[in-house]
Design a protein around this ligand. Sequence first.
Ligand code: ADP
Ligand code: SF4
Length: 692
Amino acid sequence: MTRDARYDILFEPVRIGPVTAKNRFFQVPHCNGMGYRDATSNAAMREVKAEGGWAVISTEQTEIHPTGDIAPFIELRLWDDQDVPMLARIADAIHKYDALAALELCHNGMNAANLYSREVPLGPANLPVATAFNDPVQARAMDKEDIRNLRRWHRNAALRGRKAGYDIVYVYAGKLFGGAMYFISRRYNTRNDEYGGSLENRSRLLRELIEDTKEAVGDSMGVVCRISVDELLGQEGLHAAEARDMVAMMAELPDCWDLTLSGWENDSQTSRFAAEAFQEPFVTGLKQLTSKPVVGVGRFTSPDTMVRMVKSGILDLIGAARPSIADPFLPKKIEEGRIEDIRECIGCNMCVAGDFTQTPSRCTQNPSFSEEWRRGWHPERIRPRHSDTRVLVVGAGPAGLEAAMMLGRRGYQVMLAEASGELGGRVAAERRLPGLSAWGRVADYRAGQIAGMANVEVYRGSPLSADDVLALGVRHVALATGSKWRRDGVARRLLKPVPIAPGADVLTPDDILAGRMPASRNVIVYDDDHYYMGGVLAEHLTRAGFDVTLATPSPTVSAWTFMTMEQAFIQARIIELGITIECNRVLREIGRDGAEMACAYTGRPHRIEVGSIVLVTARLPESGLYEALKIRTAEWADGGLESVTLIGDAMAPATIAHAVYEGRRYAEQLGETIDPDRVAFRREVAGLAAWN
Ligand code: ADP
Ligand code: SF4
């Protein structure tokens, strides 16, 4: 296939100072939970993107000095020469496919509590550090010597970056990560020297860092300046007019501008709260202030939107973090005219949770993400089948669809049987909840791929029994039969079923997703799950006209969504919708006209008068078919059946990302002998330093 001529413009080269990007696809810096701890995994992950056609591939933020130590988050470090080989490995991996390697240097300033290095935090003023966990530590107002030191550390890091082989270096003053942003910010910068007061003074440090970097490496490396264009705090924060003045003041200084919203939660908004290209209004017009190329982001997955960004003079380079994670081959697919093969990011921020939990990031859409080196998984390829064999996959939710697709790619004869008339399992239902329509891409991508495979047969409306399975004569069966929400209150706080009065109207998310609505107008949504379901059902029911109380044992609504940076957005929406919030409440008893709760801290009773309650608690695996087959193992050999394996929620309920991953794992491991005593993946063990 050849690419559509409409997209030619995306494949034009763009000059960034002394280097040239071969096309307009720019993977902007993104964390991944691997950082310096999993350096080779990190390098292999970046390499796959180079293979997928990105012209520029950036590292995540790279600490330049122990005074800017962002522990417990695991990013990269370039504190001294010891770190150069690790950084070089990443650059070398990127260079294997003719891409430019960009190094995002960062001194986190007031965003660094220096928990690991135990250095004293540095900022423009004497203020508490601005960290994610409100660490009880303050930053010290930097004096002139500190500023001179910082400039020298930054310059040295740029020189080390060149030694490590990078083509582009970032000067970072954005998203309240790049420490220079605290100087730019009127909120944080209360200085009255030449680094405080006017915008010119507040951006002096940034200007100096750009000048230093240009002077040190500008002859051979492109220098990108990343700033934030709005903090969405009105006049209190950095806002459009100020950003405009800043770009105008330094217009020609860097070789490229990278423009984003701040903080990170605004920059990487989920699809529940922001559509593709949501940053457009904040970036529009800034390119006209400079002759240098401009890169910006907006969860771009549609080539038409990308073309519009370039043609309408908003961006020169299409920046992407999440779309490049979900589909490292996005540029290649556009180039080869394979638009329908693009695995679009669903905007769920499960990848971000990897950074927050300091573990290799998972991607809901791309289960090979972070597994490129340690398990040898590739986003596009999988090794051929081990034998001519027929495989049955029961259940077409995220796990079953992924398993069937990847088994199909391996060349097996696959039968995919789904009880309902629709593919997607939980996603088919949840995509209809407010704000979650993009999650349907999990099903659409896989259903679309499977539709083009002659060796994968799909049977809708086919609820299979053990008799059916045994009669099919397949050798391997994957049971991706999913899970059901519990109706007895058991989850995290309650480990025994809650007493329920006869006749009480108790519902589960499955009921609501199937279209059953509460009998009473007054409803409690009781959330002991803590991810998105409680909050989204409260919103759904409110929009449907119910009077909703959201009760949870947590101190905040949808508490785990802190990890996906959605918590504050969700709580704001719940408040705006007029939903009554009852935090710190543990369910004790459900009556016909009310629920008995207790304070999560004191146990003091608290009654909520309502007619119906929706229990968003734990789930139980749908493993009935598995049990039924297990007790008939004696009959397996008659039909040639060798293995029956539970996967996804049917094995252990978890997130959609987990289910997709388990589908992939099944497809990868079919035909392998798994040694349960062996660690199933490669890992990097730090070399021991000399003791003395
Ligand atoms: P997961 O997230 O693990 O993929 P889901 O709950 O999303 O799980 O999907 C499970 C799917 O399995 C649902 O679409 C359900 O209709 C289907 N299913 C469950 N039991 C059977 C069965 N016996 N035969 C065919 N399909 C089934
Ligand atoms: Fe997109 Fe979700 Fe994957 Fe992140 S985890 S890249 S948001 S699909």
